[in-house]
Design a protein around this ligand. Structure first.
Ligand code: GCU
Length: 684
């Protein structure tokens, strides 16, 4: 990944060697905790990047003549050395750190141990990018929930052993054959990656949770996993299956108001915390896609969540409750049905009913990780309930890591959306951080499907999304180009040509993919019934899943208006609702999300909808043809192994983009019978 600690070019290293202190002082490090890891990383990093060895002392303050790298929590520093000699005492929030490389020393003081580790990774990242600037600053996170979600299964069939749902990089690093792996060496490596991007918790098992995760033997294994993450300040969390009292216990009900059920969960949660006392908490998918939940017993979602959240709160844990609740047997013949309405319909009346440690985890769009969606309307409705946004590092609908798709620009667009709640600035980023509605809790979760593949995500370039997720969860306004450039320097070195080329390819990737897949907000148009991969526009409609496009011979698009459609547009606060209610004020790129129009409808661009489809697919596929030459131009500038591996994927993408182009264009040509003005589709 990006933690290679590769040597800097000799000239640069030599020139700056003197500015790196040779002595490290670390206050209060204990083996197995983040400060000790910070020292190890520092030694490893300085050796790798600068070829420098350092002496480590376990006490002492600044002040003598010898330049020093000082690692400590702020609290320990102040009690050992007195007030910090700074213009202003640093104001640190949870997980924030103070960083100062002025005056010849390097001072890294965290609000807690893992924050000191974050600061240490920051220092090493700067060095690895040949950034020797003398600086002093405080870096605080925007949100305190910065979690990863694994969809790893505990399964064992003749063909699957620890499979990963929507995983495209090999089997689980955690599970095998219904058990926790005995060799967890990849987990220790993974912990370093996560800490370096400042993720503070990781849910290790699938939201479609298998109750057997909670057997005594498996909990012991979860304990071993937590022991590997703990030194890096990453807390483990678990997905829970709502029906566990029946599936695993010997009860005949999982009714959340049943006393025995309440007691069962109390005991179980105590047992889990007995094994992992610093567990971050739990994640639950209830009453969605066949999963059990409180609705089975006519109890509310809040009653269900609270029942498990209460014992979790006693241990200081967080209960993440997913808003991805919808009916996947919707009647498609009913014009007014709409899966996009579900989250608000299910949750809005329960705002304020949840226990304080419940955080509602909301997918960024109202449907499901599509190439373009407007933000979920639920972000505007939960004023009295903390929220987290759910993103996917996993490229589920987005090419499954066989297509290059750099996600930060897409995430930025959602986070920067202003929902105008009560007519006031209400950016999605501020709703989820807790700032807009005044919550302490809030933040980010992302589905991350790393697997046993050596390069973690199957594709080397896909790793920029994991890195980029950490950056955006810490600072939602991080600049997408800066992030990809930083990642490239850390991953491939300082060659300007390499940095510029990878940044160009990455920034091209979202518009390009959108062009050759689903345009104008119609959704991605992958097969939605099985693979979520490859073109299959026909699979969207005429089934219960609710990812409809309503395409017929004359017209296309979901009418989500209030006046004539499903009413979804009206779930946004007034100003936004008004904008999406009307075709004239709906941007072209979301037209078919909100409106049903004839193929001959003229867009703001002047093109008709159908001609836009044809042109965009040619543009997208043509843009894809530039990827291989761009990548080939880097031959010799990056190592042969990674170059060859990526080249194979890009060649594949180039071809698959053409398959996409033709499949989608011919589908709509056949359906509408309208010729392509440029004569490319249907005339041969
Ligand atoms: C998608 C995905 C499923 C997943 C579900 C979820 O539908 O394809 O694999 O279980 O989302 O987020 O719960």
């Amino acid at each position: 990944g990006w933690l290679r600690y590769a040597p800097l070019p000799e000239k640069i290293a030599k020139c700056h060697a003197k500015s790196i202190p040779s002595q490290v002082k670390v206050l209060g490090a204990t083996d197995g905790l983040p400060l000790a890891s910070a020292v190890n990383e520092l030694k490893l990093g300085l050796r790798g990047i600068m070829g420098k060895e350092v002496d480590v002392h376990s006490e002492g303050c600044l002040g003598d003549e010898t330049p020093t790298i000082l690692l400590s929590t702020l609290e320990n520093y102040v009690s050992a050395c007195g007030e910090l000699d700074a213009d202003e005492p640093p104001s640190l929030e949870e997980d924030g750190f103070y960083f100062n490389t002025k005056d010849g020393n390097v001072v890294i003081l965290g609000s807690n141990e893992r924050a000191t580790l974050y600061g240490t990774f920051e220092y090493l990242s700067r060095l690895a990018q040949a950034n020797f600037e003398a600086v002093e600053y405080v870096d605080n996170p925007e949100a305190n929930i910065r979690w990863g979600n694994h969809w790893d299964n505990m399964d064992y069939t003749s063909s699957t052993h620890g499979s990963v749902e929507r995983g495209y990089a090999g089997v689980s690093i955690f599970f095998q054959d219904n058990k926790i792996r005995s060799d967890l060496s990849r987990v220790a490596q993974y912990a370093r990656l996560l800490a370096s991007i400042r993720l503070n918790a990781i849910v290790i098992n699938n939201v479609n949770a298998n109750p057997i995760t909670l057997t005594d033997e498996n909990l012991e294994g979860v304990g071993r996993i937590a022991d590997l993450f703990r030194p890096y300040g990453v807390q483990v969390a678990l997905s829970l299956n709502f029906a566990s009292p029946v599936e695993l216990g010997d009860l005949d009900t999982f009714d959340p108001l049943d006393e025995d059920v309440v007691r069962w969960w109390d005991d179980m949660i105590d047992t889990i915390y007995g094994v992992v006392p610093d567990l971050a908490g739990f994640l639950n998918k209830a009453n969605s896609e066949g999963q059990p939940g409180p609705l089975t017993y006519n109890r509310t979602l809040a009653e269900g969540a609270n029942m498990m959240a209460r014992p979790t709160a006693r241990h200081g844990g967080i209960f993440m409750f997913r808003a991805f609740v919808y009916d996947h047997h919707l009647d498609h013949r009913d014009w007014y049905n709409d899966r996009a309405n579900a989250a608000v319909e299910f949750f809005q009346h329960h705002d304020g009913e949840f226990e304080e440690n419940v955080v509602v985890q909301i997918k960024y769009g109202p449907i499901d990780f599509q190439v373009r969606e407007p933000p979920s309307t639920l972000f505007a409705h939960l004023r009295d309930t903390p929220m987290a946004i759910e993103l996917q590092v996993t490229q589920e609908y987005l090419g499954q890591q066989n297509h290059l798709f750099y996600l930060n620009p897409l995430w930025r667009e959602i986070l920067d959306f202003d929902l105008r709640v009560d007519g006031e600035a209400s950016y999605v980023r501020d709703a989820v951080s807790g700032k807009r509605f005044g919550h302490k809790l809030g933040g980010y979760a992302a589905v991350i499907n790393v697997g046993m593949d050596r390069n973690w995500l199957g594709s080397h370039l896909a790793m920029s999304n994991l890195y980029g997720y950490g950056r955006i969860a810490w600072d939602s306004q991080s600049d997408s180009v800066e992030v990809i450039e930083d990642w490239t320097r850390l991953t491939f070195g300082l060659d300007r040509r390499v940095i510029d080329t990878i940044a160009e390819m990455s920034m091209l990737s979202w518009p390009m993919y959108e062009n050759y897949t689903g345009n104008l907000g119609v959704q991605t148009l992958t097969d939605i019934l099985h693979t979520h991969y490859g073109p299959n526009p026909a699979s969207q409609d005429n089934n219960g899943w609710g990812q409809w496009t309503r395409a017929n011979e004359h017209s296309i698009g979901m009418d989500r208006t209030v006046w004539n459609g499903t009413g979804f547009a009206g779930q946004y606060p007034a100003e936004v609702a008004e904008q999406f209610e009307h075709i004239e004020t709906t941007p072209d790129n979301l037209l078919l999300w909100f409106h049903h129009v004839p193929y001959t409808h003229v867009l703001k661009s002047g093109n008709t909808v159908i001609q836009h489809f044809y042109d965009a697919h040619y543009d997208g596929a043509e843009a894809a043809q530039t990827l291989v030459p761009m990548w080939e131009s880097l031959k010799g500038r990056i190592d042969e192994e990674r170059h060859a591996h990526m080249l194979r994927r890009l060649v594949y993408q180039t071809g698959h983009a053409i398959v996409w182009r033709d499949a989608v264009n011919y589908f709509y040509h056949n359906l509408s019978g309208i010729e392509d003005e440029a004569g490319r589709v249907g005339s041969h």
